[in-house]
Design a protein around this ligand. Sequence first.
Ligand SMILES: Cc1cc2nc3c(=O)[nH]c(=O)nc-3n(C[C@H](O)[C@H](O)[C@H](O)COP(=O)(O)OP(=O)(O)OC[C@H]3O[C@@H](n4cnc5c(N)ncnc54)[C@H](O)[C@@H]3O)c2cc1C
Length: 416
Amino acid sequence: MYGLPLGDGTTAEGGAEFIGPTQDRIAALAQDMGVATFPTYNEGDNVYYRDGRRSLYATDGLLGAVPPDWGVIDLELALLRLGGMIEDVPVGEPWKAAKADEWDSQTFHTWSRSNSLSSGARFLMDVFVSSTLSARSRDVSLLYVLHYAAAAGNAGSPGSIDRLINTKDGAQELRFAGGPEQVPIRLAARLGDAVRYNAPVRSIATGGAGVTVTADGVTVSAKRAVVAMSPAIAGKIDFSPGLPASRAQLMQRYPMGSVAKFVGVYDTPFWREENLTGQALADSGAIDVTFDNSPPDGSRGILMGFINHDNVRRLDSASEAEVRAAGLESFGKLFGERAKSPVRTAMMRWDNETWSGGGPVGLAAPGVLTGFGPALREPCGPIHWAGTETSDYWTGYMDGAVRSGERVAREVGEAL
Ligand SMILES: Cc1cc2nc3c(=O)[nH]c(=O)nc-3n(C[C@H](O)[C@H](O)[C@H](O)COP(=O)(O)OP(=O)(O)OC[C@H]3O[C@@H](n4cnc5c(N)ncnc54)[C@H](O)[C@@H]3O)c2cc1C
């Protein structure tokens, strides 16, 4: 969660942004912290750009957020099959699915190509993975994707792809007034001096009565330690003695997605006048998914675009001006000439941010969940693991992070 400075003293969501139904634990924590929510702007049509053609579509029809591409029947059949498979994945323990080995021996790309014929269905399955995981569908195992969807719910309401992709009734339904980072900022304020900033943990030594954690400028000894970050980033810490091989190797095999958020700030949310939601899907250009990030009162317009996977890596050696031009070209193609002339732009790249290493979540290629999955949560002596990757429900989301904190608090409480 990060309030991205816009250069005029204000911020917009530069990282996590939305919450939706069944994300009960982040909702409860936000309420406890007095952080209000407001609906994501969702009035009018979405934009769909494929094969050089721009079209508009309403999302209140039978297909919901799925654009009416020629391949849509093909896609719906594939989604039906996926829906049945998702029901067979135990939430929090995908490696226990009856077909775990089969599903974890192929990528989502392999499955989508064997189960669809049209380029439209294939593109829409790819953009589903890109928009939810900031990865290509060849980067992740089928089992991982099935579990991600199974986890998009709670104990009373099973997860589904619909809930992942929808704005209305889905994971993008609401935003936080002042940005979601208000939640941890206020929580940290309650904890006072116990929270140390700018003190990355460099090493964790176990032995004797517990653990010794050494961070820049502070060393702490305790009975137990909780490591609350993605497996890949936990792998930067020097553990002594070394961790069991299943955990040590898991941390080598759970890379983060590649993502940046690019925003354009305008005097007004002009797309609303044209009956557009500000939401778009595109098969080309730097940005493949957009949202309306304007403040709740719509007093100015903010368009946000995700730059995902190869598209963001392609900008590694681009100058600031080239990045801005690439982002605005996408906005222009999707929302017209006015979108090319913002008052200002800003961007947050996560894939080279030292303490995140990418986002929105750690990814598993084939073989990882079945080979190493149990090590995600299994404590290593006095070291416990939290972070959204360890959650049962809403892994990959703020809600999963909060759930993992609640689970690990119980775990440590019982161990002490
Ligand atoms: C662009 C983007 C968009 C997203 N959109 C959404 C969304 O709309 N809704 C949603 O719910 N989620 C979204 N997410 C995902 C969400 O941000 C994560 O699920 C959530 O932040 C995970 O929380 P966490 O506590 O597990 O890990 P993090 O948020 O990664 O927290 C880990 C913390 O540990 C710190 N750290 C790392 N290494 C060390 C060290 N050695 N010593 C001390 N501290 C360390 C890091 O600085 C970080 O503060 C998005 C993420 C990104 C990147």
